[in-house]
Each structure stands twice: as C-alpha cells, then as structure tokens.
Design a protein around this ligand. Structure first.
Ligand SMILES: [Zn+2]
Ligand SMILES: [Zn+2]
Ligand SMILES: [Zn+2]
Length: 153
C-alpha cells in the first residue's frame, strides 16, 4: 500500500485534500454540432459523426487525467500524433489552493487562471505545496504540516 499524504494544521481542525496537491488535466474540444467531447484519437466525433478534423469547436472542457494513466488520457483527447506546442497548449495542472483571507478551498490552474479567490476576490492565494510549514490560514496560530499515514483500518 502506498502512503497517503495528508496535510493539516497542527493546532486547529483545518486540513486539505489528501494526495500530491495537484493533478493533471487535458483540454478537450467540445463539438459545436452535438455538444459531445471530441476524442482526437478517433476519426469522427462520437456524437454526430463529423470528421474530427472538421469539427467546429464550441469550447474546451478540462478532463482530469488520473494517475497512473495520464498519458493514455492525453493521447485519447488530443490524438496520438501531437507536437510539443499542442501538448503545452492543451495540458495543464490543477492545484489545490486556499485563500488566506477567507479560507475558501478551491482548485485552479495557477498558471492559466491566476491567483484569485473565487469567493472574495483576494489574490492572497496559496497552493497546498506552498502552504506546508507556513502559518495556518484558519487559526493563524498553528503551522500547516504534511503528514503521512497508511489510512485507517
Ligand atoms: Zn490552524
Ligand atoms: Zn459532434
Ligand atoms: Zn477568499
């Protein structure tokens, strides 16, 4: 069994999700014709049968790439044959974040979305990784620490 990483304040009840603090996602095209997510590994849109190359893009959807099959999901969504540019443009990382002003927890891609709390608009946003060994945003007395446990039997 792998160790489960968990993060919490050593003084109050404040804690953050278990895991590594971030996860990968890939932006999938949404077909304007039928609203389905387009898997570029397929030749046609599964929803309406439009050839993948000529699909009109209505927008993009962020699809979570779960460990350890991230690369399979990337290939499914953006196709087998992608350039580094295409990959950079379509793949990103979502971090677990907390607002130091209102203590709202949320998940964002810091690089693309920037640091802004969706609740109060504050830019005093820290990722889980940055928060480790810092003052707890909830009680301002404790220290936010990283621990490991093997889960509860
Ligand atoms: Zn605390
Ligand atoms: Zn379609
Ligand atoms: Zn806030």
């Amino acid at each position: 069994m792998p160790l489960i990483h968990e993060h919490h304040c050593d003084t109050c009840e404040f804690s953050m999700p278990t895991g590594w603090g971030s996860y990968m996602y890939v932006r999938a095209k949404i077909c304007a014709e039928c609203g389905e997510r387009v898997n570029e590994i397929e030749d046609f849109c599964v929803g309406c049968g439009t050839p993948t190359d000529s699909v009109d893009v209505a927008g993009y959807e962020r699809v979570t790439c779960s460990h350890p099959t991230e690369e399979l999901m990337v290939r499914r969504v953006i196709g087998e044959d992608y350039s580094d540019e295409k990959r950079d443009e379509r793949v990103g990382y979502i971090s677990h974040c907390v607002c130091r002003d209102c203590v709202t927890k949320f998940n964002v891609d810091i690089e693309r979305d920037g640091r802004q709390c969706p609740d109060c608009g504050s830019s005093r946003v820290q990722t889980l990784v940055e928060l480790v060994d810092e003052e707890c945003p909830n009680c301002s007395e404790g220290t936010f620490i990283e621990g490991e446990n093997r889960g509860r039997a």
